[in-house]
Design a protein around this ligand. Structure first.
Ligand code: HEC
Length: 166
């Protein structure tokens, strides 16, 4: 009886400890230290703000402005792409936990598949910029620019479906 009671207690403690874990959540968890996680999520909120700015520029037919925002804030050479760039992989960790050190840790602990999905999104942003710049020309198409922006957003959702940090 005592053993069963102990097992029940153990089960209760374990399930209470995992109360937030959703068993139907199949996303892979990426383990980041708290400071790195905070920086990662701040990057993400910046991504969303950039998307909002791009959508606003598009709605005002300001295609060159939309393209510039995409290239500088979401593209492969943007600050927020640091941990996703192929060059970030395998670099030694910065001794100080400043912004650069966090980017290195973020890159080192990022699963290869996630980095690939990140690169897909950053490249899609550069592709959007190209299409948006063309939309300004007589031969260009505003609808093609909207479709290219849709593709950027799709890349966000593909990664969100596969990975989590919390
Ligand atoms: C390479 C993977 C990846 C890509 C690409 C990606 N995200 Fe994320 N994003 C994540 C992960 C992982 C989380 C954390 C989710 C969790 O733990 O539940 C996240 C969280 C977020 C959050 C929540 C931030 C917070 O403070 O909790 C926002 C907003 C967000 N992403 C926006 C975007 C937008 C907009 C894009 C595309 C422009 C994007 N993300 C592209 C992986 C990605």
């Amino acid at each position: 009886m005592k053993t069963i009671f102990r097992l029940l207690c153990l089960a209760a403690i374990l399930s209470a400890g995992n109360a937030w874990a959703d068993p139907t959540d199949a996303r892979q968890k990426v383990d980041y230290p708290d400071e790195v996680k905070a920086k990662f999520l701040a990057n993400m909120r910046d991504h969303l703000e950039s998307l909002a700015d791009i959508a606003e520029a598009l709605s005002q037919a300001q295609y060159a402005r939309a393209a510039d925002i995409a290239d500088t804030e979401l593209g492969m050479n943007s600050q927020g792409a640091t941990a996703c760039r192929p060059s970030a992989q395998g670099k030694s960790m910065h001794p100080m936990m400043d912004g650069a050190g966090q980017d290195h840790l973020m890159a080192q602990r990022m699963p290869a598949e996630m980095r690939k999905l990140g690169q897909n999104m950053h490249r899609a942003a550069n592709e959007f910029a190209e299409v948006a710049r063309k939309a300004e020309q007589p031969s260009g198409s505003p609808a093609a620019a909207s479709a290219a922006l849709g593709n950027v957003i799709k890349q966000c959702t593909i990664c969100h479906a596969a990975f989590r940090v919390n």
